[in-house]
Design a protein around this ligand. Structure first.
Ligand SMILES: C[S@@+](CC[C@H](N)C(=O)[O-])C[C@H]1O[C@@H](n2cnc3c(N)ncnc32)[C@H](O)[C@@H]1O
Length: 234
């Protein structure tokens, strides 16, 4: 895997280190089990993947479950936070199996990261980004989708979970308030410097991915989606 010098749109790399140990408990305190339900909903669709790239993996709860569900999978997990990656490695190692041997962690700002192609390898057949694309701007997602496309196997899946604002109804203003509050908190705690949810769907479609399935939770405040790489770019 290659990393370039820090990117960007004058935005520092956010620092989630301080949150790493508490992250899970803060999540349970604010959303109960709902984020986990969302993350794990499409886990069965990942059971046959062979090589996965997990972006902004955080404390590794999804990776642990993914490795348990798929004994043949190899995982590359990329995150900018050393403490999050430490949590991930500990969690996977605590399974008491040799799952840890199938995970390779890399500390990098995703905006400066390009996976390396292996010789005679079709590329990753699974990308996962749970509650991560909302840490990027639309331009950054656009550049990411462009770089990743070249490193993915034909028909590769991209599993995405994120917050969303329902199009209409009384939940819309509630969701707007929740999302604004979350961005305010993350900005104070991590210097995230992002203020609104990006339109990742537009960027993915532009780079030749299409949505296969979607499931929403909490009236549309949470969404989890399976996307797939098209054989050719539009
Ligand atoms: C909101 S947390 C989500 C963690 C996990 N995927 C989950 O489902 O809860 C965002 C994660 O992305 C990482 N992150 C944020 N911006 C990043 C960037 N530009 N490059 C790499 N990692 C980043 C953070 O360190 C953190 O672990």
């Amino acid at each position: 895997m290659r990393t370039r010098p820090a990117p960007n749109e004058n935005r520092p790399t956010p620092n989630f280190d301080r949150l790493a140990r508490l992250y899970r408990w803060l999540e349970y305190a604010s959303f109960g089990p709902m984020l986990e339900r969302c993350r794990f909903y499409f886990l069965p669709a990942c059971a046959t993947a062979r090589r996965a790239l997990i972006l902004g993996d955080g404390d590794g709860r999804f990776t642990q479950r993914l490795l348990q569900a798929n004994p043949f999978l190899e995982v590359d997990a990329v995150d900018a936070s050393a403490q999050m990656l430490q949590q991930l490695r500990q969690r996977v190692a605590s399974s008491g199996t040799d799952d840890a041997l199938r995970v390779h962690t890399l500390r990098a700002d995703i905006r400066a990261f390009t996976p390396e192609r292996r010789d005679n390898d079709p590329g990753y057949d699974l990308v996962v980004s749970h509650f991560f694309l909302d840490c990027l701007t639309p331009n950054e997602i656009d550049a990411l989708a462009d770089r990743l496309r070249e490193c993915l196997a034909p028909d590769a899946l991209w599993l995405i979970s994120d917050f969303a604002i329902p199009q209409r109804g009384w939940l819309r203003p509630v969701a707007q308030l929740v999302v604004r509050s979350l961005y305010f908190a993350f900005d104070c705690l991590t210097r995230l410097r992002i203020k609104k949810l990006p339109d990742y769907a537009g960027a993915l479609e532009q780079h030749g991915f299409f949505q296969v399935q979607q499931k929403t939770f909490l009236g549309g405040l949470l969404t989890t989606e399976l996307w797939q790489k098209q054989s050719s770019k539009p």
